[in-house]
Design a protein around this ligand. Structure first.
Ligand code: NCD
Length: 297
């Protein structure tokens, strides 16, 4: 028999007492009742790969996965970001994966009672992407360190949270990092260990991998507008450019790609491209990260 509860009038006094009795008994043993942790994605910016690979990883690990959709939430009724987060935690999620258009406030996040993973905050960081990028390279080369590997990062580095996190991790794994792009896409704070170039023709050769990035058009100022054609002709990756970078150089891209802007569609689908492997590896790496957080780090 199906039950419809549209009004309080649809419940008898007996129903109400039984509901309250059951709620009280659940209240006292709720945590022992449900062993599976609940992972909740709360993304305040669009996402395909990151959001779904966390959800997929949670499902494959036998956890529960829930998605909070800001567009259909009480944020539309002016509820604040912080109150929204407190609400998600009070509902009982064990691990929150957040994507925001501003840098996350570390003190606020530290004060929360559940685990949190940054799924990309503004132009700041994207740690799980860095882990999957580096995992993909290590796995491809069957290495556990990137010592001596030359990695080129091309494009809109200033606005890329992927670049910020991935460059840090590449360096931690001892890779040698080179940057290429127009000056206005180069990070302001110089790191003497990273060499920046403005033109392909100035680059050294024998790169092992190249990571190319989408231009973050949603974050550009007017002075940074460059036409798609001009960008592709100057910084776009195609098979000829790749051969010049190195005979065995492989291609990474965090996605989403804009073919014909930062990368040629044929190259993206070629055997030198690890782009789809990155997506697959993203699920394994994120599953490992979920376990890490749920086991208390
Ligand atoms: C990136 C992001 O959102 O930071 N995508 C991703 O997570 N795979 C890169 C981008 O949007 O260009």
């Amino acid at each position: 028999m199906s039950v419809k509860i549209l009004s309080i009038d649809d419940l008898s006094n007996g129903d109400i007492s039984r509901l309250f009795f059951r709620a009280r008994s659940l209240q006292s043993n709720f945590n022992t009742l449900e062993k599976k942790s609940v992972v909740m994605t709360a993304f305040f910016e669009p996402s395909t790969r990151t959001k779904l690979s966390f959800a997929m990883a949670a499902i494959k690990l036998g956890l529960h996965s829930l998605n909070f959709d800001p567009e259909s939430s009480s944020l539309k009724k002016n509820e604040s970001f912080k109150d929204t987060i407190y609400t998600l935690i009070s509902l009982g999620c064990d691990l929150l994966i957040l994507r925001t258009s501003d840098t996350l406030d570390r003190d606020f996040i530290q004060s929360l009672s559940c685990s949190v993973i940054n799924g990309g905050d503004g132009i700041n960081e994207h740690p799980s992407q860095a882990l999957l990028d580096c995992f993909t390279l290590l796995d491809y080369w069957h290495l556990d360190n990137l010592y001596g590997k030359k990695i080129l990062v091309v494009g809109d580095i200033t606005h890329s949270r992927v670049a910020r996190s991935t460059i840090k991790l590449l360096q931690r794994l001892n890779a040698k990092v080179f940057l290429l792009g127009p000056l206005f896409f180069m990070p302001k704070v110089g790191d003497e260990k990273i060499i920046s170039y403005e033109k392909f023709s100035e680059l050294p050769d024998n790169f092992d991998a190249v990571l190319t990035l989408r231009i973050q058009k949603e974050r550009l100022s007017e002075a940074m507008i460059i036409s798609d054609d001009e960008y592709f002709n100057t910084y776009g990756l195609n098979k000829a450019v790749l051969s010049r970078l190195g005979p065995h150089c492989v291609v990474l891209h965090p996605g989403p790609m804009n073919p014909g802007v930062e990368i040629d569609a044929a190259l993206a689908m070629s055997e030198r491209s690890l782009i789809n492997v990155q997506v697959k590896n993203g699920v394994y790496v994120r599953a490992a990260l979920l376990e890490h957080c749920l086991e208390g780090g």
